[in-house]
Design a protein around this ligand. Structure first.
Ligand code: HEC
Length: 288
């Protein structure tokens, strides 16, 4: 920008100011004209023109400039002088260009994504689960979650919240033989039945690193994003609204400490679709 600016300046100055040597040449030419006219209308003596001719250059060099300056400018010079220079407001406007560039660069920067609601929280938390369950829930060291698999195990979100909170070792310790739906298509899941690996506990009572709001977030993510359940379907719309939508009152209350996994069923018993117990101790499934 600055470069263009300077180039403009030099062009403009070229146009407005006639270089000195050109002005001088035009003066000289005029003086020459005067000499020749006096020559033509002058005396007829043979030597006189010669004297005049010889004298003329000296005269031009010494005295002419003051005479020429007194004369009005030639039309070309006058035009150059009266021609408009860069208007003052253009200068002011151009000086704002760097500021404009700065604001433009800021405007181009993508706005940061606003993180809110269970699914937004859950998609971040899932980074810690993906190593075992696969980025798309395709399974690995941990069980397969995608293509509806996790919904088959847990038709009730409360049971899944409980299992993720406690982990499979707590189920083993409590002597519970199955988790999730006992009538699961393909057979109920027993703790440590997947290559003998344990699902690590996530809740704080067991030394896990996730808050209860984060556990709800990641469970929602596994059900509605990784697991592929349709939040608008007749089967899942109610659950989605209650637990996983950005407007979920339960999620908000978990975030602010207004409720806990141990008291959700009581705290939200006024809801049309009452939540089941979640709890923070390993327990038999509420699925039926
Ligand atoms: C160290 C590996 C590992 C990590 C990390 C892990 N899991 Fe698991 N997960 C497992 C294993 C293994 C099982 C099977 C447990 C069993 O058989 O007792 C499992 C099972 C599950 C199940 C039950 C699935 C079913 O259909 O039976 C859910 C739900 C689950 N994990 C969620 C999570 C969530 C949420 C996270 C992250 C917060 C997570 N897992 C992190 C290994 C892992």
């Amino acid at each position: 920008m600055i470069l263009i600016f300077c180039v403009n300046c030099s062009i403009v100055s070229c146009v407005t100011e006639i270089p000195e040597h050109l002005l001088k040449r035009s003066r000289d030419r005029k003086t020459g004209d005067g000499a020749s006219s006096s020559e033509s209308g002058g005396t007829s003596g043979e030597n006189v023109p010669a004297v005049q001719k010889a004298a003329a250059p000296a005269k031009t060099a010494k005295n002419t400039p003051s005479v020429v300056l007194a004369k009005p400018d030639s039309p070309r010079v006058a035009a150059a002088k009266s021609r408009k220079k860069i208007p003052f407001w253009a200068m002011a406007t151009l000086s704002l260009l760097p500021l404009w560039g700065f604001l433009y660069a800021i405007a181009l920067k993508p706005a940061e994504k606003v993180v809110e609601g269970p699914l937004a929280v859950g998609s971040q938390v899932y980074g810690g689960c993906a190593g075992c369950h696969g980025a798309a829930g395709q399974g690995g060291a941990g069980r397969i979650l995608h293509q509806g698999e996790v919904m088959k195990t847990f038709p009730h979100i409360e049971d899944m919240l409980n299992f993720v909170y406690t982990g499979s070792q707590a189920y083993v310790a409590a002597g519970i033989k199955q988790y999730g739906d006992p009538k699961r298509a393909g057979g109920a899941h027993a703790p440590l039945s997947y290559n003998g690996n344990a699902m690590p506990q996530q809740g704080e009572t067991y030394g896990g690193g996730l808050s209860e709001a984060e556990i709800l977030g990641v469970v929602c993510h596994e059900r509605y994003v990784v697991g592929g359940a349709d939040p608008k379907s007749e089967q899942w719309a109610e659950e989605y609204e209650t637990w996983c939508s950005p407007e979920s009152e339960i999620f908000k209350a978990l975030e602010t400490g207004g409720t806990k996994f141990d008291s959700i069923a009581k705290d939200f018993s006024m809801m049309k679709e009452k939540p089941n117990e979640v709890g923070t101790k390993a327990r038999a499934s509420t699925a039926n």
